[in-house]
Design a protein. Structure first.
Length: 469
């Protein structure tokens, strides 16, 4: 059975283009695909193989190989590959990447995965240019080579080309590293053998393998396929010498533990139980803002906005409702504003971001100034009046509730509990959930640390009481 799909139809194309490949004439990707498919067939692992393709020309792999396929974000294929391998140790995982992907934005991922060394197979297609996105300078672009972003040729001020095979080979963990090419029949045979070996070492559970393939990109070189093959031979080989860079299988990894996906085992691993939490709310608080509520919590780094947001989301989940929590840590988080969006829904949260919150909890003036104008009519703003002495004008119909969160926390001898004070104020100002809902979430989060539970419960209650003053 072929590892290729029996029939390929190209999107919305018509006529001959309907079943033509995505690749330009003379592109090396097609050959590499064939060698990869041949290796999968020869090893008999089609039903176990997962191919990871990221952004760039490499992404089209999933159109052709009839195996498990996952598309990763730009540069993240090795990290996704590790996830697949650890989740299913019997799988044969191939990370298929181009030079702009692996050696640029993905440099950290490939180095860390190679250093980890678990059995994976990486096929690295190096054509010395960003192919899909317009022919820009790549990490592997040669000195003197002209690209869309180096029209006069790459010079030393732009850095020198990265020799990824050599970089990977000097790490301790990888067991096999080789650089091959495609410019003549002899090199293609070597490339096919190298790719098969990389997969076989994974099938045998030996370790991490890396095959770099020098390929042609006639389109961005502005050459015919034949001229591009000659260019690879004459220009790329001096910078990227072919051959085995490392071949040291060692003792192998042995048998990987198979993870359990049974709900009970997963819950135990995260310190939870299958016993449902006690519910305190009589229903979703539709009377406030309808079947879905958006809450934004914002402050400076260290104010506890992220923790408060997580507690709010957990409180909603404990009551049986859908909830999402998205943290945002911008570069301004120290002294400016970092924030978290929380969505609560009676049914299912369809969009987790909160551009126009029903409720805003602001711990400092920049956060209130930034997000206050976006609060919807009829919404509520809870702010720390110990920090924000003169709140700005808010949209008509928005109710502002000032509570001295920092002062209350300081009076308790625990300045860090001002976020819990704010949660108490949020509960009292909106009635979003009963007090018991929040206190149960607090107790669970603190894992029975009685002294912390006590002070946080008191902080919550004082925050609630401060709303009525």
């Amino acid at each position: 059975m072929s590892a290729f799909y029996g029939r390929f139809e190209r999107g919305h194309a018509q006529g001959l283009r309907l079943q033509s490949t995505h690749y330009c004439p003379g592109c090396g990707h097609g050959l590499v695909h064939k060698y990869l498919a041949d290796a999968i067939e020869a090893l008999g692992v089609q039903d176990r193989t997962v191919a990871i393709s990221p952004v760039g020309c490499a992404v089209f792999l999933y159109h052709y190989l009839d195996v498990g396929n996952t598309q990763a974000a730009h540069g993240r294929a090795p990290a996704v590959a590790i996830g697949h391998k650890l989740a299913n140790p019997e799988s044969v995982v191939v990370s298929y990447q181009g030079d702009g992907d692996l050696a640029s934005i993905g440099l950290g991922e490939i180095m860390h995965s190679a250093s980890l060394g678990i059995p994976l197979s990486v096929v690295f297609v190096n054509n010395a240019v960003y192919g899909m996105t317009g022919g820009q300078l790549a990490p592997t672009t040669l000195l003197g080579q002209r690209t869309a972003t180096s029209p006069r040729g790459r010079d030393a001020h732009m850095g020198r080309p990265l020799r990824m095979a050599e970089l990977i080979a000097q790490l301790e963990a990888p067991v096999y590293v080789e650089r091959v090419a495609l410019f003549d029949a002899k090199q293609r045979v070597r490339a096919a053998k190298a790719i098969e070996k990389a997969l076989r070492l994974q099938v045998e559970n030996v370790g991490f393998s890396f095959v770099e393939v020098l390929t042609e990109c006639p389109t961005h070189l502005g050459l015919t396929p034949q001229e591009a093959e000659r260019w690879v031979k004459e220009q790329m080989l001096p910078a990227f010498p072919l051959g085995v860079k490392k071949d040291a299988p060692g003792e192998g990894w042995g048998r990987f533990p198979t993870p359990s996906f049974e709900p009970g085992a997963v819950l135990t691993a995260i310190g939870a139980t299958e016993e449902p939490p006690r519910r305190h709310a009589s229903g979703f608080p539709r009377a406030l803002f309808g079947p879905e509520i958006g809450v934004k919590l914002a402050g400076a780094g260290g104010d506890g906005a992220q923790t408060a947001a997580l507690l709010l989301a957990r409180a909603a989940v404990n009551e049986g409702f859908d909830a999402t929590h998205i943290p945002s840590y911008g570069p301004e988080s120290r002294g400016g504003t970092s924030y978290a969006d929380v969505r609560l829904a009676d049914g299912e949260v369809l969009s987790p971001d909160v551009p126009a919150p029903h409720v805003l909890v602001a711990f400092n003036a920049p956060s209130l100034a930034k997000f206050g104008p976006a609060v919807v009519a009829g919404g509520v703003v809870v702010y720390d009046s110990a920090v924000v002495r003169e709140p700005p004008a808010l949209p008509r119909g928005v109710r502002a509730v000032g509570v001295p969160c920092a002062e209350i926390a300081l009076a308790l001898g625990q300045p860090r509990v001002k976020n819990t004070v704010a949660l108490g104020a949020l509960q009292a100002a909106t009635g979003i959930f009963p007090e018991a809902t929040f206190l149960a979430a607090l107790e669970h989060a603190l894992h029975g640390k009685r002294h912390l539970v006590t002070v946080n419960e008191e902080a919550f209650r004082r925050g609630a009481r401060a709303v009525g003053r």
